[in-house]
Design a protein around this ligand. Structure first.
Ligand code: S3P
Length: 200
């Protein structure tokens, strides 16, 4: 009898962090498929909880309202029994309560990229209120300076994504997790869906 090995998945939830344009959503989708887990996109969960788009939430209640909803959604999504792959929003580590929840329940992967790469990927910034009417490159440079230390502290592994397709990033994430003993080699078998772009 031939047995197909189950992928050995990371302990706890697998959370992707990084700036806008780092590929969290697109990579998360494929990673979840590889690890046979459910994929949750936190921004999408927020819009479902609020019944409004991210843009409308920012415009009606400002960033503090969005951050409250983000913190609530994070707790709700991580409270589920089965481990998930979670694509967070770029600002999720801004609050200490979010950092604590992630540290308690999740393996955290930082998807890194140069601000030029990120700006290229976000294009005109539609759907991302922090980029509205501003130079994406300028905002992303400032955010990198502000947030990189928090990503670094929170992450179990970091993966450089410049010049890589989504499939290549997925492979690099699984390799990095294997290197630190957080995922078994079985998860590295099998092909990945390729293609760049998409929400991140
Ligand atoms: C934000 C990133 C966005 C979204 C919101 C705020 C941020 O998510 O959560 O617009 O503070 O960097 P992505 O990182 O998925 O674009």
């Amino acid at each position: 009898m031939v047995t197909v090995p189950e992928p050995v998945a990371p302990v706890g939830h697998l959370a992707l962090v990084g700036l806008m344009g780092s590929g969290k959503t697109a990579v998360g989708r494929v990673l979840a498929d590889r690890l046979r887990r459910r994929h949750v996109d936190l921004d999408r969960a927020i819009t479902q909880l609020a019944g409004r788009s991210i843009g409308v939430i920012f415009h009606e209640g400002g960033e503090p309202t969005f951050r409250d909803l983000e913190a609530q959604s994070l707790v709700l999504q991580l409270a589920v029994g089965d481990p998930i792959v979670l694509s967070t929003g770029g600002g999720v580590l801004g609050r200490g309560e979010n950092r604590a929840v992630l540290a308690a329940d999740s393996t955290v992967v930082w998807l890194r990229a140069r601000p030029e790469t990120l700006a290229d990927r976000v294009g005109d910034g539609v759907g991302r209120p922090l980029l509205e009417g501003r130079s994406a490159l300028g905002v992303l440079r400032d955010l990198a300076e502000d947030r990189d230390p928090a990503y670094e502290r929170a992450a179990n592994v970091a993966v450089d994504t410049d010049g890589l397709t989504v499939g290549q990033v997925v492979d690099a994430v699984l390799d990095a997790l294997e290197d630190v003993g957080l995922v078994g080699p079985e998860a590295l078998a099998g092909s990945t869906v390729d293609g760049a772009g998409g929400r991140s």
